[in-house]
Write a protein that binds this ligand. Structure first.
Ligand code: UGA
Length: 451
């Protein structure tokens, strides 16, 4: 059993702390937000994450997991402190490090014994060295410490299983002894542990997120080409995925990536590249394609409905992905704003994100279920691929609509079945049934003149 302190009770901090407690350690989670700590103490989770509430309750009951607003309490007896605070986008796209700085200063002022400071927040390359500098400058008297970078790769909605079954654990530190101790903490996870230097570890996190975002924009670009040529991007992705060098993950075409990580991290990496004089052309294209995935919806609906003024559009799913109530950078949010700008009336439904939606999207009329959403709609846009949407009575949905336009932004329905039901169906990168029936299967490319 080790004594661990975790600063920040957002997704990463709360899951990290709870899982380390579940592995048998004594963990104190610190957050400066009193309301959050009070509700955690009352057993109420600040986020929706399957399995988290039960795990928190179990470990609190076992006397291994504690919540406090006090750094003194958190650091009392701790050998390790994880920094897991937010790093939102700053005005220029750079990562805003104010919370990391505040945490580092507070740790420096409070620590009474040697400490290993582990940074889990996604931070620009070089932040580990900066944190070390802050600690040294703010300690009332010198006490030994080491800074280790340990980027987190968990996904919202899958956070506990991702934490407990990681593909790898990355540790960055030039202090071998500290890295070794942090490695020991992770041994129970039975995952490959890679030890490297601080800056490289920090870059591994950005490069991983940017690469996954690139795969998504790549398949979305292929989807756009598929649409024009009458190919089906779902099959294309499946066919590509059999190649072990490519793999089948993160090749789902749709409305583009959202959430609190990919948009912010790709932008921050672009910013780092620009500041240091490189030309991040690919990252720009990735962001550009992502933006266009949402605008395409508007263009399509505008042309299908003959303008959007006073049209009623229902957004099926509001969270940025299933199994979360998180709506940060969710496609639904941007689509709702674009529709409203063109004078449309927007309705919305989500199985879990309704309370968040009521706050974030006051201009959207919230429906009580998918059928209520469909009532009077001129079009429905599937924004989130919640499982329960796959099993709706689509006949009933169609009957409730004023015009049966269905934009399946997550490719969850079968285009042929939907067309047979009488929908005007549009997927992302999927042929509109019958639209290409007159085109020959093999098109002889036109030869350049002079050949
Ligand atoms: C992502 C990474 O997957 C995690 O490894 C990382 O730890 C996390 O960011 C982070 O930096 O904290 P997350 O944002 O929770 O996790 O969500 P993902 O499941 O990765 O999905 C991101 C977005 O990509 C979603 O909007 C999803 O709809 C979209 N997506 C994903 C696609 O459009 N197509 C795909 O094939 C896969």
């Amino acid at each position: 059993m080790k004594n661990i302190c975790v600063i920040g009770t957002g997704y990463v901090g709360l899951v990290t702390g709870t899982c380390f407690a579940d592995l048998g350690n004594r963990v104190v989670c610190v957050d400066i937000n009193e309301e959050k700590i009070a509700s955690l103490r009352a057993g109420k989770m600040p986020i929706y994450e399957p399995g988290l509430e039960e795990m928190v309750e179990r470990n609190v009951r076992a006397g291994r997991l504690f919540f406090t607003t006090s750094y003194e309490e958190g650091l009392d007896g701790a050998e390790f402190v994880f920094i897991a605070v937010g790093t939102p986008s700053g005005v220029d796209g750079e990562a805003d490090l104010r919370y990391v700085r505040m945490a580092a200063e507070e740790i420096a002022r409070t620590m009474k014994a040697p400490l290993i400071i582990i940074n889990k927040s996604t931070v620009p390359v070089g932040t580990g060295d900066w944190v070390a500098d802050i600690i040294s400058r703010n300690q009332p008297k010198p006490i030994e410490f080491a800074v280790v970078s340990n980027p987190e790769f968990l996904r919202e909605g899958n956070a506990i299983s991702d934490f407990l079954n990681p593909d790898r654990v990355v540790l960055g530190s030039l202090n071998k002894e500290a890295a070794e101790k942090v490695a020991q903490l992770h041994l129970a996870l039975r995952a490959p542990i890679m030890v490297t230097d601080l800056r490289t570890a920090e870059m591994i996190k950005y490069a991983s997120n940017a690469f996954l975002a690139t795969r998504i924009s790549f398949i979305n670009e292929i989807a756009a080409i598929c649409e024009e040529l009458g190919a089906d991007v779902k099959e294309v992705a499946a066919g590509m995925g059999y190649d072990k060098r490519i793999g089948r993950y993160f090749l789902d075409a749709g409305l583009g990536y959202g959430g609190s990580c990919f948009p912010k991290d790709v932008l921050a990496l672009e910013h780092m590249a620009l500041v240091h004089g490189t030309h991040p052309a690919l990252l720009r294209a990735v962001m550009d394609i992502n933006r266009d995935q949402r605008r395409k919806v508007i263009r399509r609906l505008r042309s299908e409905l003959g303008g959007l003024r006073d049209c009623v559009v229902g957004l099926l799913g509001l969270a940025f992905k299933p199994n979360t109530d998180d709506m940060r950078e969710a496609p639904a949010v941007e689509i709702a704003h674009l529709l409203r700008n063109e004078g449309a009336i927007v309705k919305g439904y989500d199985p879990v994100a309704m309370p968040v939606a009521a706050r974030e999207l006051p201009e959207v009329r919230l429906a009580k279920d998918p059928y209520d959403l469909a009532e009077g709609c001129d079009a429905i846009v599937v924004c989130t691929e919640w499982n329960e949407f796959r099993h709706l009575d689509m006949q009933r949905v169609k009957r409730a609509m004023r015009r049966p336009v269905l934009y399946d932004g997550r490719n969850i329905y079968d285009p042929v079945a939907m067309t047979e039901l009488g929908f005007r169906y549009f997927g992302v990168g999927r042929p509109v049934p019958n639209a290409h029936k007159d085109k020959p299967d093999i098109v002889t490319p036109a030869l350049p003149s002079g050949v």
